[in-house]
Design a protein around this ligand. Structure first.
Ligand code: PEP
Ligand code: CO
Length: 456
C-alpha cells in the first residue's frame, strides 16, 4: 500500500491466459486472415503441452540457487531457430553447451544450470515493421514461426500455418534433446566425445582436453575407491531446459495450461520464457502475460532501463519475492555496462527482490561491418562480461550467469576470438537466421574466461 503522497496502484483486472489482450501488444505480426489465425490457435489449444509444469518448478528451484549465489546459469542457443533444422545441428549445439558447462563447473566449482534458447526460439522482434529494398517495401522477416526470409510479398506474408509447424518442430527438437540428455550422450564419461573434430586441434580444444582428462581421472579414481558410478544418475544424465522469448502472445496463450497438481497456470511451450528489450513495458501485454504464468521468467534490460522501471518490472513479475522466479538479463553493451548496471542492481536489491542476474553480452554489441554484415566482436563480448562481473563484485552481488547466442557449427558470424575471424571471413560461413552467433571455438573460449572470472 502506498504511503501518503504516493499514488496507489490502480486495480488490474484478474489475470487469465488471455488477459494480455486488454493491454498494448508490441511486435505482433499483421495476420492477413483472422479466421485462419483462429483455426491455427484452436489447433494449438488442443495439442498436448510441450513441457510439464513440474519441470518448470524444478527449474525454478535451480534458479533459486543461482539467485542465492550457489549456482551459475548458462542460457545459450540460436538467435532464431530455423525451420530448416537437423538432428546434427541440435546435437552440435547441445555438445558445445555441455562443453561450456563442464568448463564452467570445473573452473568455478559451482553447478551450472543449463538452459537452451532452443525448441521454440522462433519469433523475432524487429526494429522496423517493414523493410525497403530498391524502393520496394515489404513486411520484415519475423522468424520462421511467422513468415519466410526471402524478399517477396509471398514470402513475407504472415502465415498462421507456421504457428502449428513451430509447435511440431519444437516437439521434435525437445524429444531429441530429452533423448540425448537422458539417454547417454550427456554422460560425463563422454566428456572427450563432445570435442568436435574441428575444435579439438585448436587452442581451446586442447585446453578443454586437459580438463576432460582430469575429469576422466577423477571418475577412475572414484571407481577405484569402490564407488559404484553406475548408480550415480548425476554422472549419466543432465537436466537441460528449454527457453524462448515469449513474443507471439497468441501462440503462448494457446500453449498455456492449468496444472492439474497445483491449479496454477503454466506456459507449457517451454520451461522458461522471457520478455525482450522491446516488449518489457511494465504496462504492456507481454509483461501482463508473463505476470500470471508460474514458469520462471526473464526480462532483458538494455542500457536505457531506469531503476524505477527495473523495480516496476520486479513488482509486476515477482510481487511475492520468490527466489527462482525472475531472471534479469542485462544487455548493456561493453561501453555502458559499468555505468548502467549498478543503479539497477542496487534498486532491485533495495526493493527486496531475490532475482538471478544474467549477462547477455551479445545484443548491446551488434554493429554492421563495412562489408555489410551484422556482426559482433568477441573482444566486445568479453569486455561486457568483464564489466558485468566487476559491477557485481563491487556491489557484493552474485553475477548469476550468462546468456549468449551461439551455434555448434564452424560459422564465421562474430569477429575475433583466437581463430581471428576477420571481416573478410564473414562471407565464408554466415548462416544465421537473425543475429550473429559465436561459433563453437569462440563459445568454448568464452566459457574458459567466464570460469576464470567466477574463480577470482
Ligand atoms: C534476442 O535475445 O534475440 C533479442 C532480440 O534480444 P533483446 O530483446 O535483448 O534485443
Ligand atoms: Co538475437
Amino acid at each position: 500500500m502506498g504511503e501518503a503522497g504516493e499514488s496507489p496502484e490502480p486495480e488490474r483486472p484478474a489475470w487469465s491466459p488471455g488477459s494480455w489482450r486488454a493491454w498494448p501488444a508490441a511486435q505482433q505480426p499483421e495476420w492477413p486472415d483472422a479466421d485462419a489465425l483462429e483455426t491455427a490457435l484452436d489447433r494449438l489449444r488442443r495439442l498436448p503441452p510441450l513441457v510439464f509444469a513440474g519441470e518448470a518448478r524444478a527449474l525454478s528451484a535451480s534458479l533459486a540457487a543461482v539467485a542465492d549465489g550457489k549456482a551459475v546459469l548458462l542460457q545459450a542457443g540460436d538467435c532464431a531457430e530455423s525451420f530448416d533444422f537437423s538432428a546434427n545441428a541440435i546435437r552440435d549445439k547441445l555438445r558445445v553447451i555441455l562443453q561450456m558447462a563442464v568448463v564452467m563447473t570445473y573452473g568455478s566449482g559451482v553447478p551450472v544450470v543449463k538452459v537452451g534458447r532452443i525448441a521454440g526460439q522462433f519469433a523475432k522482434p524487429r526494429s522496423s515493421a517493414t523493410e525497403i529494398r530498391d524502393g520496394v517495401e515489404l513486411p520484415s522477416f519475423r522468424g520462421h514461426i511467422v513468415n519466410a526470409p526471402g524478399f517477396s510479398a509471398e514470402a513475407r506474408q504472415a502465415d498462421p500455418n507456421r504457428l502449428v509447424d513451430a509447435y511440431h518442430q519444437s516437439a521434435a527438437a525437445l524429444n531429441l534433446l530429452r533423448a540425448f540428455t537422458k539417454g547417454g550422450f550427456a554422460d560425463l564419461h563422454q566428456v572427450h566425445a563432445w570435442n568436435q573434430e574441428f575444435v579439438a586441434a585448436s587452442p581451446e580444444g586442447l585446453t578443454y582436453e586437459v580438463i576432460a582428462n582430469e575429469i576422466e581421472r577423477a571418475l577412475r579414481f572414484m571407481a577405484a575407491c569402490g564407488l559404484d558410478l553406475g548408480k550415480e544418475s548425476a554422472l549419466h544424465q543432465v537436466d537441460f531446459w528449454t527457453s524462448h522469448e515469449a513474443l507471439l502472445l497468441g501462440w503462448e496463450e494457446a500453449l498455456t495450461r492449468q496444472d492439474s497438481l497445483t491449479g496454477d497456470w503454466y506456459d507449457c511451450s517451454a520451461h522458461l520464457l522471457w520478455a525482450g528489450e522491446r516488449t518489457r513495458d511494465p504496462d504492456g501485454a507481454h509483461i501482463e502475460f508473463l505476470s500470471g504464468i508460474h514458469n520462471p521468467v526473464g526480462v532483458k534490460l538494455g542500457p536505457s532501463t531506469t531503476a524505477e522501471e527495473a523495480v516496476a518490472l520486479c513488482g509486476r513479475l515477482d510481487p511475492q519475492r520468490r527466489p527462482g522466479r525472475l531472471v534479469l538479463i542485462a544487455r548493456m553493451g561493453a561501453g555502458r555496462v559499468r555505468g548502467a548496471l549498478p543503479p539497477l542492481v542496487r534498486a532491485v536489491r533495495g526493493a527486496g527482490h531475490p532475482v538471478a542476474w544474467a549477462c547477455d553480452p551479445m545484443h548491446g554489441n551488434t554493429y554492421t561491418s563495412p562489408n555489410g554484415y551484422k556482426t559482433r566482436n568477441f573482444e566486445d563480448v568479453m569486455e561486457e562480461i568483464r564489466g558485468y562481473f566487476a559491477v557485481h563484485r563491487a556491489e557484493g552481488s552474485w553475477p548469476g550467469g550468462i546468456h549468449v547466442e551461439l551455434t555448434g557449427d564452424n560459422v564465421t558470424e562474430c569477429l575475433g576470438g583466437s581463430d581471428e575471424v576477420r571481416s573478410d571471413h564473414l562471407v565464408e560461413r554466415y548462416e544465421t537466421m537473425c543475429d550473429p552467433r559465436l561459433n563453437a571455438r569462440q563459445s568454448l573460449d568464452l566459457a574458459f574466461q567466464v570460469a576464470e572470472l567466477l574463480r577470482s
